[in-house]
Ligand binder design. Structure first.
Ligand SMILES: [Zn+2]
Length: 317
């Protein structure tokens, strides 16, 4: 998503640079022309949204956040979605600098995370939020409770895979039955194997085969009571109880487990590495605007474009 946005913005930014100076010239002559301003309301904005957008200034990052969050509620055109991002990135950027606005910046990071379709981007932006405001998850207690619940379920889903590979069928079935676990595994079904060929149902069937009926999960058959002799490798499970996987599938499951159990405290580098993306992104709030390819030096919206504010005419003493 970020990459797509970057492409769009790369196209738009040069235009902005070209238009801004033109606008600056116009503004000098047309600063008292409300009729002309009214005409320039873009079709994807209401008049009140347009007026608020036009009055934003970087000293009040909360204005960008509030408008961005409102647009986020009705993202019914690509232009509104793009504008929402531009507002939230600016709220984050202008808010991250002053300590009194860091909560605004953290909220903007969380809102950006909610817009992101890539799990990696969501994690990254939530890490940014946690750095800006360690208690930012408190902003929405119900959301936080849901997240904690889903983190518990994700950890249990990871445990399920480990139990299954260890041949601990009873424990694995308990894990699969725990709240939220099946939904998480189904959501990640494509990642249960290297090429998406293993389903949750396959794993459930597999779980019923364990523990091994012959060796009770030990992998060896001891000689009958009272008899001497060497223990034998269990002929049913070949001495290796549990789900057998090809190496690529095993690798896929380990990567999935790493993602399922990762949290804010895990370094971003290791998370991104498991997803095969590069380079690793540091959850430094200063990196957000560049990642979205948004030029935050253009602080104000005038006549359909982000631009720099015109210096006010020096007041006469
Ligand atoms: Zn066995």
């Amino acid at each position: 998503m970020i990459r797509v946005l970057a492409n769009i913005t790369t196209v738009l930014l040069p235009l902005t640079f070209v238009i801004a100076p033109l606008w600056a010239q116009q503004a000098a002559t047309e600063s008292v022309a409300p009729a002309a301003v009214a005409k320039s309301i873009p079709p994807f904005l209401s008049e009140s949204e347009f007026n608020r957008l036009s009055s934003l200034n970087p000293a009040d990052p909360n204005g960008y956040l509030e408008l961005g969050e409102e647009l986020l509620d009705s993202p019914d055109s690509p232009e509104r979605v793009a504008l929402t991002r531009e507002l939230l990135v600016r709220a984050l950027e202008y808010g991250r600098i002053g300590s009194e606005h860091r909560r605004v910046a953290a909220s903007a990071a969380i809102a950006l995370a909610s817009m992101s379709k890539q799990e990696g981007d969501r994690l990254w932006l939530r890490s940014v939020a946690a750095i800006l405001e360690p208690s930012s998850a408190d902003l929405a207690p119900s959301r936080r409770a849901r997240e904690q619940e889903s983190q518990v379920a994700a950890a249990r889903a990871s445990l399920f895979l480990t139990q299954l590979r260890a041949g601990a069928g009873i424990e694995a079935r308990d894990s699969l039955a725990a709240k939220g676990v099946r939904q998480i595994l189904e959501a990640h079904e494509r990642e249960l194997s290297a090429s998406g060929t293993i389903s949750v149902q396959d794993l459930e069937i597999e779980s019923r085969k364990w523990p091994c009926t012959d060796c009770a999960g030990t992998g060896i058959i001891a000689p009958p009571k009272g008899q001497r002799g060497p223990a034998k490798i269990c002929p049913v499970c070949d001495g290796q109880p549990g789900l057998k996987l090809r190496v690529p599938d095993f690798g896929a499951q380990l990567r999935l487990q790493r993602r399922l159990t990762s949290s804010f405290s895990e370094s971003w580098g290791s998370v991104i590495a498991t997803q095969g993306a590069s380079p690793a992104r540091d959850p430094d709030p200063a990196n957000v605007a560049p990642a979205f390819a948004i030029d935050v030096r253009l602080t104000v919206w005038r006549d359909g474009n982000w631009t720099t504010p015109t210096p006010e005419a020096p007041s006469k003493p």
